[in-house]
Ligand binder design. Structure first.
Ligand SMILES: Cc1cc2nc3c(=O)[nH]c(=O)nc-3n(C[C@H](O)[C@H](O)[C@H](O)COP(=O)(O)OP(=O)(O)OC[C@H]3O[C@@H](n4cnc5c(N)ncnc54)[C@H](O)[C@@H]3O)c2cc1C
Length: 479
């Protein structure tokens, strides 16, 4: 690509990318594709070259692929310096340096933060350390869980019925393993798709032999004398005999290394940026040389009343990385906003679930096509008379159609497709619990009047006030 396409700007110099996974790799490739000729450094704390995570909860668990066979395809040569197995532990935005755990520093002119998220572990550390207790985020996690499943455990317990938990349960059933799914909410996928569609997901799981228990929590994981997991105690008094438990409790954003950087970064929110992917500092002032993309980023979306979205999905990581790469090297007047309507897919229990838009934003849902009983339908989501999302179940070919309607701010209920329409359906409440409240406890920002700047509050200082006034913040993923 010619330099005029980027405004003839900033094609040299040093770009550092922290986080060498999907968003980091795709941004690096886009930079080279757009003509960046300068020094490119990718820093990643994992020792592996970038790999794909979606197969980890699907093909890897069922044994169709090995964890080591999930490398991301390379779209073009990079000519980059790779610093793998090197965690970033600090950032000095003024001196423009990233500090690494091994004591080295990497200088940059422009920086992309793409450090993603990690799995939220089981909170009790002694119980989490029992042989048989797992999480799933990385290639190593998947290899370990696959080993446990291949040993044919008597029962697997999944704690949390978000997308990851449901996909693991599906893999267990495909392997013929007895599995119990426990979720404190009312239905599987409820946080992401609402209680109405969650009720369908519950039926699907039970039809596939999952022992699904909603409205209960796990109070204790208990081991034997050798430290092997043996039992789970539930809040309703039930005791389950199990040998494997997977904590599928959502994620924590990898932002600790930014703690003293003065950037608006927190493990609950992620890294806050504008639609140009430029990161805000703590005072809400946008930086010119630090960008963010992928699961770690949180950005305002005009289609969703400019609410800040944290979208932990594959396609967002790719599109946001590409926009960030463009904006990193183009002239300021040529910058592009990241405005893509979020999409994701999931495969579980023989169904293909796809989504476009932000269902979590909706107050109502209606089935526009197909049959819920046959696990073949489209659910359209609306908010105050406007279409905001659609979820397709084994009807993925309709996704683009609904994406266009959402982009055009179509009314809700959307225009009837004219065929395959179920009789007598009306919009019903989408069934999101407490939609304005983020699922994780947010951090707190204070204000230092004497210095006229914002500061992170010391632990506990502002927490009570903050809880009473939950900000309207939209969390898209609930994996
Ligand atoms: C099991 C599983 C299944 C999934 N299935 C689907 C699916 O079916 N559909 C879908 O849409 N999405 C799915 N996703 C989500 C999708 O994989 C993510 O959205 C995507 O990986 C995000 O890419 P990312 O590069 O932003 O973050 P990540 O992939 O999390 O990469 C961030 C990288 O930065 C590294 N890092 C973190 N901190 C530091 C540091 N301080 N220094 C250096 N490096 C650091 C991390 O170790 C990691 O390698 C799935 C995710 C998982 C875990």
């Amino acid at each position: 690509m010619s330099s005029s396409a980027t405004g003839g700007h900033r094609l040299n110099g040093r770009v550092a990318i922290v986080g060498a996974s999907l968003a980091g790799l795709r941004a690096a490739e886009a930079l080279r594709h757009k003509g960046f000729r300068g020094k490119l450094t990718l820093i990643g704390d994992e020792s592996y070259e970038p790999y794909d995570r979606p197969p980890l909860s699907k093909q890897v668990l069922t044994g169709y692929a090995l964890a080591g066979q999930t490398a991301l395809p390379r779209l073009r040569p990079l000519d980059a310096e790779w610093r793998l197995g090197a965690a970033a532990v600090g950032l000095d935005p003024t001196r423009q340096r990233v500090h690494l755990a091994d004591g080295h520093e990497v200088g940059f002119d422009r920086l992309l933060i793409a450090t993603g998220v990690r799995a939220r572990p089981w909170a009790n550390q002694a119980e989490a350390a029992l042989d048989g207790v797992c999480v799933l985020r990385t290639r190593d996690h998947a290899a370990r869980l696959r080993q446990y499943l291949a040993a044919k455990p008597q029962r697997v317990l999944i704690i949390g019925a978000g997308f990851i938990g449901c996909e693991i349960a599906s893999a267990c059933r495909e392997l013929g393993l007895p599995v119990t799914v426990v979720d404190r909410g009312g239905a599987p996928l409820e946080n992401a798709l609402g209680g109405a569609i969650g009720a369908w997901a519950a039926t699907l799981q039970r039809q596939h032999g999952v022992d699904l228990r909603c409205g209960v929590t796990v109070t204790e994981l208990a081991g034997d004398g050798s430290g092997r997991l043996r039992r789970a105690h539930l809040s309703d008094g039930t005791v389950l005999d199990i040998d494997v438990a997977v904590a599928a409790l959502g994620s924590i954003r990898n932002t600790e290394w930014l703690h003293d950087s003065g950037l608006a970064a927190d493990s609950a929110w992620g890294v806050t940026c504008d639609t140009h992917c430029r990161v805000f500092d703590l005072n809400g002032v946008v930086t010119e040389h630090i960008f963010a993309a992928g699961d770690v980023a949180r950005f305002p979306h005009p289609r969703y009343d400019f609410e800040f979205l944290a979208v932990e999905h594959w396609s967002n990581a790719v599109t946001q990385a590409e926009v960030a790469a463009h904006n990193i090297i183009c002239a300021p007047s040529r910058r592009r906003p990241h405005l893509a309507v979020p999409t994701f897919w999931s495969a579980q229990f023989g169904t293909n679930i796809k989504s476009v838009g932000v269902a979590r934003f909706a107050d109502e849902v209606v089935i526009t096509q197909g049959s819920v009983d046959e696990h073949r339908f489209i659910a359209a989501y609306g908010r105050r008379g406007r279409l905001v999302a659609a979820v397709t179940v084994n009807q993925g070919m309709w996704l683009e159609f609904f994406e266009r309607l959402i982009a055009d701010s179509a009314p809700f209920p959307p225009p009837a497709p004219g065929f395959d329409q179920p009789a007598g359906v009306r919009p019903i409440p989408a069934g999101f619990r407490n939609p304005g409240v983020p699922p994780h406890e947010p951090g707190a920002i204070g204000y230092a009047p004497s210095e006229r700047r914002a500061v992170f509050a010391p632990p506990g200082k502002y927490r009570n006030e903050f809880r009473e006034i939950p900000p309207r913040r939209c969390q898209v993923n609930t994996q």
